[in-house]
Design a protein around this ligand. Structure first.
Ligand SMILES: C[S@@+](CC[C@H](N)C(=O)[O-])C[C@H]1O[C@@H](n2cnc3c(N)ncnc32)[C@H](O)[C@@H]1O
Length: 203
């Protein structure tokens, strides 16, 4: 299994199965890929170690591990792949792990997270921009949604329109977008990423 294989999945069930198969070797294949380090650094500027954080599309738990090393202790993870969730559970840094699909209703209460982190999941064949509405719903008012996105994908997909619509509706406020940085993907050299951060509407 490889990064290329997951991008060839047809539908959510096949994507989950391909990640299940890849789970045990994901970290050695992906190495120090861009995203977990950069996004957790940004998140730590806005949320403290007591923050209730959801790592959505947590995979094997790379971002959770980095947040735990920074003292974050109220972490939950969500992913569609049971195999990836098992790897994440082995890290011991998540208080709870949930199987769920971004793009569908999430079985999580409204206004419950101080921050939601999404690293390497908003991409072709993965989670759609419509997931953002659910992430706003489960975030506390004044909480943060932090995610990585390829600069080209932002404009070529419907992410730009969805993100702009959420701003215009007053659902969230744009806080910061980082400069592009190297995705460090062994299989896809030359891909850049950016971290976006939004603050959800305060009541
Ligand atoms: C490229 S990995 C990134 C994992 C981790 N965040 C990281 O940075 O290493 C993408 C993860 O998102 C999960 N995923 C993909 N589409 C998803 C969706 N629609 N809902 C929930 N999880 C999804 C996959 O199962 C996989 O674990």
């Amino acid at each position: 299994m490889s990064a290329k294989n997951v991008f060839e999945a047809r539908g959510t069930a096949e994507l989950a199965a391909r990640y299940d198969e890849w789970a045990a070797s994901y970290e050695s294949d992906m190495g120090d890929h861009g995203g977990p380090r950069e996004a957790t650094e940004v998140l730590a500027r806005y949320a403290g170690p007591d923050a209730h954080v959801l790592d959505a599309g947590c995979g094997t738990g790379l971002a959770g591990e980095l947040l735990a090393a920074r003292g974050f202790r109220n972490l939950e993870g969500l992913d569609l792949s049971p195999g990836m969730l098992r790897e994440a559970a082995g890290k011991g840094c998540y208080a709870a792990l949930h199987q769920g699909i971004l793009g569908e209703p999430l079985n999580l209460p409204s206004s419950s997270f101080d921050a939601v982190l999404v690293v390497g999941v908003f991409a072709r064949v993965h989670a759609p921009s419509s997931s953002l509405t659910e992430l706003v719903r489960i975030s506390k008012p004044g909480g943060y949604i932090v995610f990585t996105l390829r600069p080209e994908f932002y404009v070529d997909s419907d992410f730009k329109a969805t993100m702009t619509a959420l701003s215009e509706a007053g659902s969230w406020r744009h806080v910061e977008t980082t400069k592009p940085f190297d995705g460090r993907y062994k299989e896809f050299p030359g891909i850049d990423l950016q971290v976006w951060i939004f603050e959800t509407r305060k009541t």
